[in-house]
Design a protein around this ligand. Structure first.
Ligand code: NAP
Ligand code: ZN
Ligand code: ZN
Length: 382
């Protein structure tokens, strides 16, 4: 995924980036003295925990929507970013891109939302809207670069964007989604990233009735992939390193479960799958899973471990297999996914936490100890 081009950064920041990479400190819009501050939790550097912080949100522009954030999911990407594991973080960073809340104000040219509406904001808050990908509703692949919800820079002012571990956010209406009031709101939040990131490739590669789908990793993304795969009519097999998750995998919709630390169970599945979705966040052996694809089949990696991967090309050659990746989903598809979930009663399995527990939650995510997404109740943020 291409994020916003860095040349638009203020020059001071560029210098800082050059001098201090990978830990970049931006000329932040935040100062203690400015009025209208918003409570948030931020990481000040790659090796510091998240702590209370104040940010300044802009006043709504004519097409902006301001929302009070009610819940925000904890995505593994938040951890990669807070710790600068992808080398692109600008500090201080307020993570959080699985945001749901209620509209509190709209600009005078907003047409899609009104005060009081339930809405969501996901991983991106702007893009060029003119390039070939934006025109196709693939804003996440904007050739100019999308603006991420956090650790990116506003196209107009260059100010650092800050995410959903905060009380409110102001976003252009084109990057705000309608959220159904039929579903429990805390369990809707993870749809804004974990949901769309799994829905999009399953739809793009037409996973459905008759597809033998393998999902690697039962975490935030993985459990949504199992739910969507089952809902689309595929035969789902969970490929997991955690034997204790088998029962959950079956409850979520998997027909089969294979423990990937047991080579006998893996070997039995050689050439079996039509499609594999790999959601793993850490270093692991991709070649092992490629061997489980049938001829001409595809494995899509949505998990993005920080280090480059080792690929044995024979694993692709033996069966004309393809390896691909996919980033979140575009704006129209994200709304489609939210509407699909409302219609089919699909939400995330969540553990709601107070903001004060977020650092502990990060540690638990890293240990695979989450069933299956932490969601912060933003009422706990003073
Ligand atoms: P998560 O909740 O931590 O789940 C990851 C799962 O991967 C774990 O539950 C575990 O499942 C498995 N796993 C972890 N370490 C492993 C290892 N060393 N070897 C094998 N399996 C391992 O994370 P998440 O929030 O779902 O995010 C997953 C990844 O997707 C992250 O890298 C995140 O940054 C990325 N992501 C990408 C996009 C995109 O647009 N492409 C969007 C969102 C997130 P088992 O216990 O079942 O083995
Ligand atoms: Zn995410
Ligand atoms: Zn574009």
């Amino acid at each position: 995924m291409k994020t916003q081009k860095k040349p638009s950064r203020p020059s001071k920041v560029k210098k800082a980036a050059a001098a201090a990479k990978p830990s970049v400190r931006a000329k932040t819009p935040v100062t203690e003295k400015r009025p209208g501050l918003t409570a948030a939790y931020a990481a000040q550097a790659a090796d510091t925990p998240l702590a209370p912080f104040q940010i300044r949100r802009r006043q709504p522009r004519p097409q902006d929507v301001q929302l009070e954030i009610l819940y925000c999911g904890v995505c593994h990407s938040d951890i990669h970013m807070a710790r600068n594991e992808w080398g692109q973080t600008i500090y201080p960073v307020v993570p959080g891109h699985e945001i749901v809340g209620r509209v509190t104000a709209v600009g005078n040219r907003v047409t899609k939302f009104r005060e009081g509406d339930l809405v969501g904001v996901g991983v991106m808050v702007d893009s060029c809207r003119e390039c070939v990908n934006c025109r196709r509703g693939l804003e996440q692949y904007c050739t100019v670069g999308m603006v991420l919800t956090y650790s990116s820079q506003d196209k107009r002012t260059g100010e650092l964007t800050q995410g959903g571990y905060s009380k409110q956010i102001v976003t252009h209406e084109d990057f705000v989604f309608r959220v159904s009031d039929k579903l429990p709101l805390a369990a809707v939040a993870p749809l804004l990233c974990a949901g769309i990131t799994t829905y999009s490739p399953l739809r793009h590669w037409k996973v459905g009735k008759g597809t033998k789908l393998g999902v690697v990793g039962l975490g935030g993304l993985g459990h949504m992939a199992v739910k969507f795969g089952a809902s689309f009519g595929a035969e789902v097999t969970m490929l997991s390193t955690s034997p204790e998750k088998e029962k959950d995998a079956r409850r979520l919709g998997a027909q089969k479960f294979a423990l990937t630390t047991d080579s006998a169970q893996v070997d039995k599945l050689a050439g079996y799958f039509d499609f594999i979705l790999d959601t793993v966040s850490a270093k692991h052996d991709y070649n092992k899973y490629l061997g489980l694809l049938g001829t001409d089949r595809v494995m899509v990696c949505v998990g993005i471990p920080p280090a480059p991967v080792e690929l044995q090309l024979f694993a692709l050659m033996g069966g004309r297999r393809s390896l691909a990746s996919s980033g979140i989903g575009g704006i129209p598809e994200t709304q489609e996914m939210l509407d699909y979930c409302a219609e089919h009663d699909i939400t995330s399995d969540v553990e709601v936490i107070d903001i004060g527990s977020v650092n502990k939650a990060y540690e638990r995510v890293l240990k695979g100890d989450v069933r299956y997404r932490f969601v912060i109740d933003m009422a706990s943020l003073a």
